[in-house]
Design a protein around this ligand. Structure first.
Ligand code: DGY
Length: 330
């Protein structure tokens, strides 16, 4: 019997897939909370596979706690900054992620949603109406700005960046992007997209949206210097990973009116239960900041597909086959 530990309940598609396989025992942790370090170290003991989520730090200590039989850690996320790749390589443990097309689409939808919500002040307007402040139509009441015909700057033109660019085309938007690799001519033409340097992107864009993974090279990619380059009327959107923006610098930029607003789905410190509770108090008070709790990919379609992908990776590896989505090739 091969044992699989799932660190937190996930959509059923993947669990059912694993349960249908012969000789697999699937242990799904019941509590729908972030697993504590202590419980994680205890629970992985004797497992052949771990299905982890992005708040689980899977490092050498966890891999060793599992034991020599551990074959695979399947991360239920496309991002894998919570996994120690070096430690896994050293122990011949396979790591996989879930780059589902549905995830790219969901995150792109969310990024565009944040842009629209910021531009049209939708959250503010909802609060205003909800609190009974709407007394009648006003010529300048809650005036915002347009998204259509503006310039958006996409930092990172991978799967998700391209999904954003495709949507932007429908808004008659000019797309600037910075990326190590050039997108195909087809994408560039279809999306009215042009590759430029990060600095120029920051200077010219009305909406800057981040779609790069968190790596040592992208940590604090956006800090005071970069925020100062942006237009005073521009908005920044982050649906990638929190530490790509230095939050203290963003806070100052917003407070000093250096930029117009921010849409944040991710935060420098996640899970927030592990932070100083004062960390987000300032953002919470700002009308020009919209925050969502890392839910950009939280559509049934995306999360269901991620579940199945993670399961298929585990099943393949435990049956001695190649994983479908390896994070590295040994
Ligand atoms: C990912 O997959 O990396 C997202 O951030 C979570 O859905």
């Amino acid at each position: 019997m091969k044992k699989i530990f799932v660190t937190r309940p996930i959509p059923d598609s993947g669990i059912q897939y694993l349960k249908k396989q012969k000789d697999f025992e699937v242990i799904v942790r019941k509590k729908d909370t972030v697993i504590s370090r202590r419980e994680l170290l205890k629970s992985v003991k004797g497992m052949d596979a771990i299905l982890s989520i992005l708040t689980d730090k899977i490092d050498a200590e966890v891999l060793d706690a599992a034991g020599d039989q551990l074959k695979i850690v399947a991360n239920y996320a496309v991002g894998f900054n919570n996994l120690d790749v070096k430690a896994a390589k050293k122990r011949n443990i396979i790591l996989t992620n879930t780059p589902a097309p549905e995830l790219s689409d969901a995150v792109a939808d969310h990024a565009i949603g944040l842009m629209l919500a910021l531009a049209h002040r939708i959250v503010e307007a909802d609060q205003f109406t909800r609190h009974g402040k709407y007394k009648g139509w006003g010529p300048t009441l809650l005036m915002g700005t347009d998204l259509h015909k503006k310039t958006i700057g996409i930092i990172g033109m991978g799967r998700i960046g391209q999904a954003v660019a495709k949507r932007a085309a429908g808004f008659d938007i000019k797309v600037l992007y910075s990326s190590p690799r050039r997108a195909s001519k087809k994408i560039e033409q279809a999306c009215n997209a042009k590759k430029i340097s990060l600095d120029t992107l920051l200077k010219k864009s009305d909406f800057v949206t981040i779609h790069v993974p968190l790596l040592p090279s992208t940590k604090y990619l956006i800090k005071a210097k970069q925020l100062k380059m942006m237009k005073k009327t521009a908005f920044i959107i982050n649906t990638a990973r929190g530490p790509i923006i230095k939050e203290s610098a963003l806070l100052h930029a917003l407070r000093d009116g250096q930029i117009a607003g921010a849409g944040l789905d991710v935060f420098e410190c996640e899970p927030l239960t592990h932070c100083d509770p004062r960390d987000h108090t300032y953002f919470r008070k700002m009308n020009n900041v919209i925050m969502t709790p890392h839910t950009a990919s939280a559509s049934m379609e995306a999360r269901g597909s991620m579940s199945l992908i993670a399961a298929k990776n585990i099943a393949a590896v435990l049956k001695g086959k190649k994983p479908i989505n390896p994070i590295f090739i040994n």
